[in-house]
Ligand binder design. Structure first.
Ligand code: BGC
Length: 780
C-alpha cells in the first residue's frame, strides 16, 4: 500500500513545508489546489494557493525607474481558510503532531493534526478531494475531537484578501491580481484587475452537526458556527466548494450555484475515486524492483500528470499545462516548450488530454504571427513564455539584485519553442492517427512555423550552406557570444537539425495532404518557391562537427574556454547553477563550455538515434561509428543539470550506449526531482511537471524500448535485471496494447491486429492473442 501513498509525518518549516504543499496539490486539469493545511495562512511556512487553468492577469510594477509588466497565473480567493476557537481562544496553527497522506489510488488527501491547548489536547482530521467530473468543484471534510469539554467556535472563510506571494523573489512586484466586487449567498465575487475576468468562489456547509450563519466583512465571506464539544466526542462537517470564471464559461455564477446545491462531499469523493480507478486500470506502470521508492515515485508522477490536465475538464478549456502545472507560482504559471515533455506521454496514454492541450497553441497562431511581425520576422514565432494571450511573456531585461542594474534577458531567443510545438502536433497525429487537429487550424500552424524557420535561414555562398543566427538553444547558459553586443548564437545544432526535421515533415504532409495542403498554402500565400527553399535548406543546413564526430552545440562552441569543474566543486560544493556562481565572479557562462542541460543531445530524445544520424548524414556530414558515445561523453562532462529536464535525456542515451547503471542512476534522481527537491528550493514554487513526463517516457519508450515514432511500432526492450518485471498499457494508432517485460522476456496483447517490429523481426500480432517473445525463436 505504501507504493500508493505520499506520506509525511514531520512538521516541516519554511521552503520544505512549501515543497510538501506543492507535492500534495490536488487537481483536475481545471483546478489546482495546493496541499496547505486548512488552518494555515500565507506565511514563511505555508502557502495555500488555488489556481484555475488558463486564468492570468497582468500587473505593472515601477522598479528602478522602469515599469515592469508581469502576467501571472492568478492565486484565487482562498476558500479553505478555517479558524477554530476553543472557549473563545483561537487555536494557533502550531501542531505537535502531524501526518499528511496523499492517496494516489483515490485522490484523497488526509491530514491529521494534534494541538496542545491550556486545557488539554485537540485532534483535527481533514479529508480533501477534487471532483474530476464536476471539475469546478472540490471540498473537504473536517473532524474535530477534544480531550476535554470545550465550547467551540468555527469560522470557515472564503478569504478575498490573498495575493500572489508564493515565490519569494517575485514578492517585490505588484501581486494584487483581483478585487472583490461583491457577494451573494455562499459566493464571493471577484474580478481580475487587468484581464477583467469575473471570478466566483462559492462554498457551502453540508451535513454538519451544527448550523452555520453567513457574514461578510473586509473582503472575506464567513460561515460561522458554535457548539459544545464533550471530551472524546467527534464533531464533523463537510464543505463543498466551487470556482468558476468568465474565462471558461459565460455564466460562472450559475455553475457555482448549481454545483453547491447539487453536490455533496461524498459525491466528490466518489467521483474522485472512480476517476483514479480508471486511470490506474489503464495507465498504471507496475514495476517490480527493489530500488527504494521507485514504484511510488512512478505513481506520484503519473498522478500529477493526470491531474495537471485530464480529458473531462480540458476538453473545453482554452489552456495548456504550465511548467509547474497548477501547483505553484514558479515562472508565473507560464507555458514553455516543456509541453514536449508531456505530449508524447499524453498521446500514447491519454490521447484526449494531448488533443485538448494542443488546441491552446493552435488558438494562439494569430498571436504567434503578430509576435513574428513585431520582430520583423515572418510566419509564426511562438513566445518562449506564453500565458493567456500568446504574446511574449519572457522579460526583456532583468534586475541584477547585486548592483541594481538592468541586464538583458535573452531567453526569448529560444525560438526552438515553435519546433517543439510542431513536433508535439506531429507526434500526436502520428501516434493517434487522429488528423482532426490538422483540419482545425493545425496544418496552417505547421506551415506558418515552417515559414518562420525558412525565413530565418540564410544562404552563405562561401560554404554553400544555410545558417540560422540570433537564437538560443535549450541550454540557457549561452545567451550570446563572449563580448558580443547582441544576444543569440549562430547554428545551434539542436535548432538547425530540428528545423531540417520539420522541413522534411512539411514536405511529407504536402505529399500526403495534397489538395487540402495546397488550399491552405494558397490561402496563406505559402508558395511553391517556399517549398523549394524548404527542401534546399533541409539538405544544406550548417553544423559544426569536429573530426572526432562531436557535434558543436553552436558555431564556434569549440573556441570557448574549458572550465575547471573540479575547482568549482571544491570551492562551492553544489555547482548546478554555475551560471550564477560565474556571474558573481564577474565572469559569464557565455565564455565557457558549460551547459545547464542537454542541448545537442535533446535531438536524440526527440528523434531517436537513427533519425538524427540520417538527418546529419543527409546534410553531407560524416559521423564515426561511435559518434553517440563520443557526444554523450563530451557533453556529460560539461553539463551541470541546472534544469530537472536534463537527466532523463542523459539517461536515455546512457541506455542506448549500453551504460545501464548510469541510465538507472539518472532515472532515479530525475524521478525524485521534486520529492528530493533536487534544485534546492524550487519545488516550493510548484512541481516540475516536465521531468515527470520525461521519466515516464524513459520507462515506456527507452527501458521498455517502445518506439512510437515510426510507421511500424518498434520494440527493443532494454530491461535491466534490477527491474524484475514492468507492466503497462499504451495506445498506438487505434490499438490498445498491454505489455509485460522482464529482463528475459516480453509479453504483448493488442486489442486489434497490428504489425510490429520486435528487435529485428517484423511480426503480425493477432487481436487479443497473447504474444510471448519466446515465440520469436520458433519463428526464426
Ligand atoms: C529550463 C527550460 C524550461 C523552463 C521551464 C528552465 O529552467 O532551462 O528548459 O523550459 O525551466 O520549465
Amino acid at each position: 500500500m505504501s507504493n500508493w501513498k505520499l506520506l509525511y509525518n514531520d512538521i516541516p518549516k519554511g521552503l520544505k513545508s512549501y515543497d510538501q504543499e506543492s507535492l500534495l496539490t490536488l487537481g483536475n486539469g481545471y483546478i489546482g489546489w495546493r496541499g496547505a493545511p486548512l488552518l494555515s495562512r500565507y506565511d514563511e511556512n505555508h502557502y495555500p494557493g488555488l489556481y484555475a487553468a488558463g486564468l492570468f492577469n497582468q500587473t505593472i510594477t515601477p522598479i528602478a525607474g522602469r515599469q515592469v509588466v508581469n502576467e501571472d497565473m492568478v492565486n484565487l480567493p482562498n476558500p479553505q481558510l478555517v479558524k477554530i476557537f476553543v472557549d473563545g481562544e483561537p487555536i494557533a496553527f502550531d501542531p505537535v503532531e502531524r501526518s499528511a497522506e496523499l492517496n494516489f489510488k483515490n485522490g484523497r488527501l488526509i491530514e491529521k493534526y494534534r494541538f496542545n491547548s491550556k486545557k488539554g489536547s485537540l485532534s483535527l482530521e481533514t479529508i480533501k478531494a477534487v471532483d474530476p467530473i464536476h471539475f469546478h468543484s472540490f471540498g473537504y471534510r473536517l473532524k474535530l475531537k477534544s480531550g476535554f469539554d470545550a465550547k467551540i467556535d468555527i469560522e470557515a472563510i472564503i478569504d478575498g484578501t490573498v495575493q500572489n506571494k508564493n515565490v519569494k523573489r517575485y514578492r517585490d512586484f505588484q501581486s494584487r491580481e483581483f478585487t472583490i466586487i461583491g457577494r451573494q449567498e455562499n459566493i464571493l465575487m471577484a474580478k481580475t484587475i487587468a484581464s477583467k475576468i469575473e471570478i466566483r468562489v462559492g462554498a457551502i456547509d453540508k451535513s454538519g452537526q451544527s448550523k452555520f450563519s453567513e457574514s461578510f466583512s473586509e473582503n472575506k465571506l464567513f460561515s460561522k458556527t458554535a457548539f459544545d464539544l464533550k471530551a472524546g466526542q467527534e464533531y464533523s462537517f463537510d464543505r463543498v466548494i466551487s470556482v468558476a470564471t468568465s474565462y471558461e464559461c459565460p455564466d460562472p455564477e450559475k455553475i457555482v450555484e448549481d454545483d453547491l446545491s447539487a453536490l455533496s462531499f461524498q459525491k466528490i469523493l466518489d467521483n474522485s475515486e472512480n476517476y483514479w480507478d480508471q486511470v490506474w486500470q489503464n495507465n498504471d506502470i507496475k514495476l517490480d524492483t527493489q530500488i527504494p521508492d521507485l514504484q511510488k515515485m512512478i505513481r506520484m508522477n503519473i498522478f500529477h500528470l493526470n491531474q495537471a490536465a485530464q480529458p473531462q475538464a480540458n476538453k473545453n478549456l482554452d489552456a495548456s499545462v504550465g511548467s509547474r502545472a497548477l501547483t505553484g507560482e514558479g515562472y508565473r504559471g507560464h507555458i514553455f516548450w516543456d509541453e514536449i515533455f508531456l505530449i508524447p506521454y499524453y498521446s500514447a496514454n491519454r490521447p484526449e488530454t494531448a488533443k485538448a492541450i494542443l488546441k491552446y497553441r493552435i488558438k494562439r497562431l494569430k498571436a504567434a504571427k503578430e509576435n513574428a511581425a513585431q520582430e520583423k520576422e515572418r510566419g509564426a514565432m511562438y513566445p518562449w513564455q506564453s500565458a493567456m494571450y500568446g504574446d511574449e511573456q519572457a522579460q526583456l531585461i532583468h534586475l541584477n539584485p547585486v548592483d541594481n542594474s538592468w541586464d538583458p534577458d535573452n531567453s526569448r531567443l529560444q525560438r526552438h519553442v515553435s519546433l517543439a510545438i510542431f513536433y508535439d502536433l506531429w507526434f500526436y497525429t502520428h501516434v493517434t492517427k487522429d488528423f482532426s487537429l490538422l483540419d482545425q487550424g493545425g496544418l496552417e500552424m505547421l506551415i506558418e512555423i515552417s515559414r518562420f524557420w525558412l525565413n530565418k535561414a540564410e544562404y552563405d555562398p562561401k560554404d554553400q550552406r544555410y545558417h540560422i543566427a540570433g537564437v538560443m538553444g535549450p541550454d540557457e547558459f549561452h545567451e550570446a557570444y563572449p563580448k558580443a553586443d547582441r544576444g543569440g548564437l549562430k547554428d545551434n545544432a539542436y535548432t538547425n537539425l530540428m528545423a531540417a526535421w520539420i522541413f522534411s515533415k512539411i514536405i511529407e504532409l504536402k505529399n500526403s495532404y495534397g489538395k487540402i495542403f495546397d488550399q491552405i498554402a494558397k490561402k496563406i500565400d505559402f508558395t511553391v518557391e517556399d517549398l523549394d527553399k524548404i527542401d534546399k535548406i533541409s539538405k544544406n543546413i550548417a553544423l559544426d562537427i569536429s573530426d572526432d564526430s562531436v557535434i558543436a552545440q553552436f558555431d564556434k562552441y569549440f573556441d570557448l574556454k574549458e572550465l575547471d569543474f573540479q575547482q568549482y566543486i571544491k570551492k562551492y560544493g553544489d555547482i548546478h547553477r554555475i551560471d550564477r556562481l560565474l556571474k558573481a565572479e564577474n565572469k559569464s557562462p557565455d565564455q565557457y563550455q558549460v551547459a545547464k542541460q542537454a542541448d545537442t543531445l535533446m535531438l536524440i530524445y526527440n528523434l531517436g538515434v537513427t533519425e538524427t544520424q540520417k538527418l546529419i548524414e543527409q546534410l553531407g556530414y560524416h559521423l564515426a561509428k561511435d559518434w553517440l558515445k563520443k557526444n554523450y561523453d563530451y557533453y556529460l562532462k560539461r553539463t551541470v543539470h541546472g534544469s530537472t529536464t536534463s537527466r532523463p535525456v542523459f539517461a536515455e542515451i546512457a541506455l542506448k550506449i549500453g551504460n545501464k547503471k548510469s541510465a538507472i542512476d539518472n532515472l532515479v534522481t530525475a524521478i525524485k526531482s521534486d520529492y528530493d527537491d533536487i534544485q534546492g528550493g524550487t519545488t516550493a514554487e510548484g512541481i516540475h511537471i516536465g521531468v515527470m513526463g520525461e521519466t515516464i517516457k524513459l520507462l515506456q519508450n527507452e527501458f521498455a524500448g517502445i518506439d512510437l515514432r515510426n510507421d511500424v511500432l518498434k520494440i527493443d526492450p532494454k530491461i535491466p535485471t534490477i527491474f524484475r518485471s514492468m507492466a503497462f498499457g499504451l495506445k498506438y494508432q487505434g490499438a490498445a496494447l498491454k505489455f509485460i517485460f522482464t529482463p528475459e522476456s516480453t509479453d504483448i496483447v493488442s486489442d486489434k491486429n497490428i504489425k510490429i517490429k520486435f528487435k529485428d523481426t517484423y511480426l503480425d500480432l493477432k487481436a487479443d492473442k497473447r504474444w510471448h517473445s519466446s515465440l520469436i525463436k520458433q519463428k526464426i
